[in-house]
Design a protein around this ligand. Structure first.
Ligand code: ZN
Length: 143
């Protein structure tokens, strides 16, 4: 089940400068900075009500964010939907014909298991599914 918009991912060229801009814009403080080496991104999170803004800066030239920024200045990059069972959702969406970038969930920022859907199958929108890690490990402990 898809529960809510967990965060919006915004690609930026300079995360330190962007954090300052978004802190003023949203009148809040960045509460988390985290590098996800496997994705080649440095992330920063700001809370907006029940959702978040995730700022993303590339850590190397092969990063998806570096590729994204090579064709534009930055801006909206992906929407992340929180789901209650990411494994089940990936199977459901694959069966519905969606193209998966990650066939199985991987570790993401902010204590999440994540997987992306290919924009080709979502009308050009890059979609991330995410689930809190603690929830899923609880489930595994129950088994
Ligand atoms: Zn994200």
């Amino acid at each position: 089940m898809v529960k809510r918009i967990e965060h919006l991912g915004i690609a930026v060229e300079n995360i330190e400068e962007s954090i300052k801009v978004f802190e003023v814009l949203l009148s809040t403080s960045c509460y988390k900075n985290e590098v996800v080496e496997s994705e080649g991104v440095r992330t920063a999170f700001l809370q907006v009500g029940e959702s978040k803004i995730e700022l993303l800066e590339a850590t190397n030239d092969e990063s998806p964010i570096a590729k994204f920024l090579s064709s534009r200045k930055g801006g909206f990059h992906h929407v992340a939907f929180e789901v209650d069972d990411i494994d089940a959702e990936l199977i459901r969406l694959k069966n519905e014909g969606f193209q998966l970038i990650h066939k199985t969930p991987k570790d993401g920022a902010d204590n999440k298991r994540i997987a992306f859907l290919h924009p080709k199958s979502t009308n050009g929108l890059l979609v991330e599914l995410c689930q809190e890690k603690s929830e899923s490990s609880d489930v595994m402990l129950d088994k």
